[in-house]
Design a protein around this ligand. Sequence first.
Ligand SMILES: C[S@@+](CC[C@H](N)C(=O)[O-])C[C@H]1O[C@@H](n2cnc3c(N)ncnc32)[C@H](O)[C@@H]1O
Length: 413
Amino acid sequence: LDVLPRPSPQRMALHVRPAAERALRLGHPWLYDASIRDQSREGRPGDLAVVFDRRDRFLAIGLYDPDSPIRVRVLQQGTPATISREWFRERIRRSAALRRPLEVDENTTAYRLVHGENDGLPGLVVDRYSESYVLKLDTAAWLAHLHDVVPALLTEYRPERLVLRFSRSAREALQRHGIDEGCILAGKGIEGPVTFMENGLRFAADLVHGQKTGFFLDQRENRAKVGALIAADTTLRRVLNVFAYTGAFSLYAARAGATRVVSLDVSEPALQSALANFDLNVQWPGVASARHEIAAGDAFELLGRFDEEDKRFDVVIVDPPALARSQADVPVAGRAYRRLAADATRLVRPDGLLVMSSCSSRVTANAFRRLVRQGSRSAGRSLHQLAQTGHPADHPITFPEGDYLKTIYARVT
Ligand SMILES: C[S@@+](CC[C@H](N)C(=O)[O-])C[C@H]1O[C@@H](n2cnc3c(N)ncnc32)[C@H](O)[C@@H]1O
């Protein structure tokens, strides 16, 4: 922590355009650079910016980031606040309260403790993996506040270690400060993957190099639902897990009784971890007896090849990465979702199950449902939707952009 910058002791004052004023009053956590009418001085990452309305009344206080189009991430709106270690501690305590039910479940030891904007700490995520914790930053603006945030976290949770990760958008700015991704902010060093439990299954995650903070914690409830559907229907035995990462859906499927499971992903290291995760769970009869295969390569290519080879499955799970990262990507992402839905439904035997997710917040739940339907129709198949799910409780939603994950469950005829 000693090498980290400190915030300027002086706050900066900003005045904003009317539309931004309205959005802030409604609780939106972002102020874009284009919405700023004037500012009292140039700011550095992490300076505290106080936003005023046209009549110079307090609107919000937040973290300034000159390197991001999201120029201010709002910490508090409506009433002025002193942003201090105690203030951060209060926010962390508040988000901890929401996770109490998960805390008492000894079969699940990994979950999200702080979900950024949606827990009032915009651009800051904390994930727990048993006694190891990962702090992930979307913006270098947080660096200057880690002097307060880290002690607040340590007081609340007492982790064995706290690992620092950056999101892609902040990586360059953070590296400019000479901070290495994966460095340990507190506690013991880290050697290799860390093991944890999710609904009774054991997983190992690479908290330093793995995607996200090492695991896709947001899909926990969907994995459990897929397991329950397979356990309840003995005709669902052959499962294809597309975009499998480290095989989490595959393991739930195998434990529930699937006899043949294929994990497909472009990342060879992720698939090797999937094999290792199967080895960690051989005490489950289903996992020990299932035939698990990995298929490394591009999903768009491999799904077509599987069809040519006449491969068919009872269940196909499709969980692609965010295909629309900005508004401009939406049309391309739409075509990609349609194509994936078409290629995936072709591989589902009649009356089999399709489970398809989108984690692009720019593609709404309604738009996604439409795209999946259009895709399957173009493959000559119809969908009978069984369910559509959203976020688990440890990934709350408080603003439109925070609503990213949706999953469709449908029988394919
Ligand atoms: C959202 S994650 C999947 C998470 C996984 N379902 C789980 O529960 O852990 C998306 C995955 O897609 C993989 N991926 C990205 N592009 C791909 C492509 N073109 N073909 C196959 N896999 C791809 C990434 O390596 C990543 O593992």
